[in-house]
Write a protein of this length. Structure first.
Length: 252
């Protein structure tokens, strides 16, 4: 990681300098965006391969418990050329506009957390599935990826939409093993120019949430906290950070 010089040209008070340094840290250090390359595969290699290839005219539904990487994969897919990404916060009208457009200019469409879609968004996704099937053998064919907590027929959606989720490929994403999680933490730290000692990794896997999203966010916070306090990344520093986070949560 390139060294950043926070030295100011004019004197400032200790308080304002500290606040400025902390803000610069937050501005400079941003978490790596989800990509197909930084997804920790574990037992989910087949799903990753299909999303990497994402052939037009095919569809895939990814399901599994929170933290297995469903959103990571769909957000990574959406970052590729010609892709669109939607989730429950997206206006249903945007999904419907895509489904009913005269000409499709997309090659990949990702719909995340379909089990949380409202009635209007469900109707829009139903129309999008019909359009996907209609153009599947034409030059406008696109790859359609969806995700949710459950297998298609167990998803709390209208029945005709549940059926469509299972029209093509369905992948159950499996949780990572402890070895996979350890590798994921080392990878996340490496992306930020860090090296986590074995005792830190073991402590995280034993005492913290096993959700990779939460573990990755904690590595990011630990990096920022280390820079803000000018302390090396050690197990005592990690415990200090978690203690401060708990204190902040209690007072919020």
């Amino acid at each position: 990681m390139q060294k950043v010089d926070f030295t100011m040209n004019r004197p400032t008070s200790g308080f304002s300098a500290k606040r400025m340094t902390q803000q610069l840290i937050l501005d400079v250090l941003t978490a790596p965006a989800p990509s197909l390359e930084n997804f920790i595969v574990g037992p989910n290699g087949e799903a990753l391969q299909w999303l990497t290839d994402s052939p037009g005219g095919r569809a895939a539904h990814l399901w599994g418990p929170p933290g297995v990487g469903r959103s990571h994969l769909l957000q990574a897919l959406a970052a590729t050329p010609g892709a669109r990404y939607f989730d429950p916060s997206s206006p249903a009208a945007e999904i419907m506009a895509l489904a009913t457009a005269d000409t499709l200019d997309v090659t990949r469409v990702a719909i995340d957390d379909v089990d949380k879609l409202d009635d209007n968004a469900q109707a829009a996704l139903f129309a999008l599935y019909n359009r996907w099937r209609e153009v599947s053998a034409t030059a406008q064919a696109f790859f359609l990826a969806t995700s949710g907590d459950h297998a298609p027929m167990a998803t709390p959606l209208r029945e005709d939409l549940r059926t469509r989720l299972g029209w093509d490929l369905v992948f159950r994403l499996e949780p990572l093993s402890d070895e996979d999680r350890a590798q994921a933490l080392r990878t996340r730290a490496g992306e930020r120019g860090l090296s986590l000692s074995p005792d830190i990794i073991q402590w995280l896997l034993t005492h913290h949430s096993r959700d990779m999203r939460g573990l990755s966010a904690l590595v990011d916070s630990l990096d920022r906290y280390s820079l803000a306090t000018h302390r090396a990344i050690t197990l005592p520093l990690l415990k200090d950070l978690l203690a401060k986070q708990r204190t902040n949560e209690q007072h919020s």
